[in-house]
Design a protein around this ligand. Structure first.
Ligand SMILES: Nc1nc2c(ncn2[C@@H]2O[C@H](COP(=O)(O)OP(=O)(O)OP(=O)(O)O)[C@@H](O)[C@H]2O)c(=O)[nH]1
Ligand SMILES: [Mg+2]
Length: 316
C-alpha cells in the first residue's frame, strides 16, 4: 500500500495535496492493549477490549484524521499473535501476516509490566520478515501500560530498543492516554504523502451490524469466565429505526454447547439480562438514541472449526 515515492503527493485530482496518510498494522501478544491503543488514538470505541486474551478476532481498521495537521492514520487492530491451536486461531494468525505485508508502518505493542519476552521476540521476527518484502517498512514499538510502572519502565524501554528491527520506542498508556499523542504524531510524520483513504469523519471501516455485534460480544466477554469467552460469537440480524425514534436491534449470541448456553443465560435469565443491559447502553451510545435490544442465545456446535461459518462471519 506504500505509494511509490516518485509520485508527487496529491498529483491526482483528489484532495490530498500536502496530506499524509497510511496504514499502521498493530502486532503484539494477546492482551497487551492493542485494541485499547487503537481506541485511544482514534478517540472512540471502535474495537472491543477485555481482560481475556484473544479478544480481537478480525482485523478492524480505526481511522484517526487530524485535519489541522493534514494527516490520517488507518490503524489496523490485529488479533494477538500466538501459536495456532485451532482453525479460528490459525486464520487469525494468517490475517496478521497478510495485513502486515500491506502496511506502511508496523507498530509492535509490548506490555511494560511483563517486559520483553520470547513471545515479543517471536512477533518482532515476524515483523522483520514482513520488512523483507517491503524495504522501507518502519517498525515502531509502543511499550504500553506505562501507568503500571512509572519510572521503572526505563529498563523495558531499553530492552525494546534492543529488539532487532525496532526503529523507535515510545512509552504509552492506552488507558490514561499518556504518551499517545506523541506516538500518534510520530506515526503521522512517517506515513507516506498522499490523499486520505477514508472520509475524515469516519472512525472505523466496520459495517454498523459488525460494530454492534462486537459491542454485544464485548459485554458477553467481560461478564463470563473460563471457556465461555472463546466460544462466544455475536451476530446482529436486524436493525430497524422506528418512526417514533426507537432503534430496534435483533441479535444472536452463539455458543458451542448446551451447557455454555445455560451459563450464558444464567439463573432465571440473570446473566443474559446483564449482558443485554450492558450491550444496550453501548449500542445507544453508538447509535445516539434509545434502543430496544432483542437478544437470543443459540447453540452452534463447533462454529469455531467450521470453515463455512467463519467465512460467513467475515473471519478470513
Ligand atoms: N493499566 C493498563 N491497562 C491497559 C492498558 N491498555 C490496555 N489495558 C488493559 O489490558 C487489557 C487488554 O486490552 P486489549 O486492548 O483488549 O488488548 P489486546 O492486545 O487488543 O488483546 P487481544 O485482542 O486479545 O490480542 C484490558 O483489560 C485493558 O483495559 C494500559 O495502558 N494500562
Ligand atoms: Mg484486541
Amino acid at each position: 500500500m506504500t505509494d511509490s515515492p516518485e509520485v508527487p503527493a496529491g498529483s491526482d485530482s483528489q484532495a490530498g495535496s500536502g496530506t499524509r496518510s497510511g496504514f499502521v498494522g498493530l502486532a503484539g501478544r494477546p492482551n497487551v492493549g492493542k485494541s485499547t491503543l487503537v481506541n485511544s488514538v482514534v478517540g472512540a470505541k471502535v474495537a472491543i477490549s477485555s481482560v481475556r486474551p484473544q479478544t480481537t478476532r478480525r482485523a478492524i481498521r480505526g481511522v484517526a484524521t487530524d485535519l489541522e495537521a493534514g494527516t490520517q492514520l488507518v490503524l489496523i487492530d490485529l488479533p494477538g499473535v500466538q501459536r495456532p491451536r485451532d482453525e479460528l486461531t490459525s486464520r487469525m494468525q494468517h490475517k496478521v501476516e497478510a495485513e502486515l505485508a500491506g502496511a506502511d508502518v508496523a507498530l509492535l505493542v509490548i506490555n511494560a509490566e511483563e517486559g520483553v519476552g520470547p513471545g515479543d521476540r517471536f512477533i518482532a521476527s515476524i515483523l522483520l520478515k514482513a520488512r523483507e518484502g517491503e524495504e522501507s517498512l518502519p517498525i515502531i514499538c509502543a511499550v504500553n501500560k506505562a501507568d503500571r510502572l512509572g519510572r521503572n519502565i526505563v529498563p523495558v524501554l531499553i530492552e525494546a530498543a534492543a529488539l532487532e528491527g525496532v526503529d523507535e520506542v515510545f512509552p504509552v498508556s492506552a488507558l490514561t492516554g499518556e504518551g499517545v499523542p506523541e506516538l500518534a504524531a510520530h506515526l503521522a510524520s512517517i506515513v507516506p504523502e498522499g490523499p486520505y483513504m477514508y472520509p475524515p469523519e469516519d472512525h472505523s471501516d466496520q459495517s454498523r451490524e459488525l460494530l454492534l455485534a462486537e459491542l454485544i460480544r464485548g459485554q458477553a466477554l467481560i461478564r463470563t469466565r473460563d471457556e465461555i469467552p472463546h466460544s462466544v460469537e455475536a451476530r446482529v440480524t436486524h436493525i430497524y429505526h422506528r418512526e417514533d425514534g426507537l432503534w430496534m436491534v435483533e441479535a444472536e449470541l452463539w455458543v458451542e454447547t448446551d451447557s455454555q448456553k445455560r451459563i450464558l443465560i444464567g439463573k432465571k435469565g440473570f446473566k443474559i439480562g446483564e449482558i443485554g443491559t450492558g450491550a444496550r447502553k453501548d449500542i445507544e451510545q453508538e447509535l445516539g438514541g434509545k434502543v430496544h435490544l432483542d437478544l437470543q442465545v443459540k447453540v452452534k456446535a463447533k462454529w469455531r472449526k467450521d470453515r463455512d461459518m467463519l467465512d460467513r462471519l467475515g473471519i478470513d
